[in-house]
Design a protein around this ligand. Sequence first.
Ligand SMILES: [Fe+2]
Ligand SMILES: [Fe+2]
Length: 304
Amino acid sequence: MSNKQTRLPRPVETERTPLKARKVSFSWEDTPLHWVPGDPFATHTINVLHLLLPAGERWFVHVYKQVLPHIRDDRLREDVIGFIGQEAMHSQAHDEVLPHLKELGLDPTPYTAQVDWLFEKLLGDRTLPPGKARKWWLMERVAIIAAIEHYTAFLGNWVLNAQELDRRGADPTMLDLLRWHGAEEVEHRSVAFELFMHVDGSYRRRARTWATAFTALVFLWQRGARFFMENDPTLAAGRASFKDFYVSGKRGVLPSTPDMLKSIPRYLSRGYHPSQEGSTEQAVAYLASSPAATAASAAEKGTV
Ligand SMILES: [Fe+2]
Ligand SMILES: [Fe+2]
């Protein structure tokens, strides 16, 4: 176990939010294929989340269950357990969008089969003997998750503030799914990084796994957007390019490319701490007003 957490930069916010999974559910029957009206490219670029997150977040949960015995801090263990509950719910909620896309003529299975292979086989447990090799692979995956969570927090913060989507009349159910998820990503944004610093914390590993995670995310995302655009039954010659992404970012319907580039040196800075990104206050305020989260909380209290 490393003692490198003594070098961990102090979080910006000292208030700690106990993490709990909100058992949300969404009805998709009224959500149109192009839920950002008139903008299939922005719709499908965001839809890539539904392709990657079910398998990706299931994999987070799988890895974190293995790391629990390595945690020597009760508060962090509690946070990791809360994180596991939230990610399991996120995975399920995005998975439930896929049958609706299929009904609208967009069968995601050819793509999700590849994503499942990536997370279950390539990033799976592998047949490693107990000991050093197995521990190395576990730490590598914990570091990859910390890097991915830098981007889920970035995206969560973006979608909470993406008022252009409201102005364009984006589907309220999809917006609530994205903002409920985004708010919980902001809420638990420090957990993966603090866990990595607690069990390993090596800067070389942080930088190396950031490069792996970033490259994989860019590759999977552009491929997923192209997959949706090419298979959209309403588009004669649907295409997706980096220029479209850049332009949509400038218009505010997708994250901006300069903002994404600026987030890279932040993660690689030795003074980085995820609490410097986004606002817990804003995330908690959204969760207090989210239709799905408030319905889940009322159901839990037995008031509906
Ligand atoms: Fe998530
Ligand atoms: Fe997360």
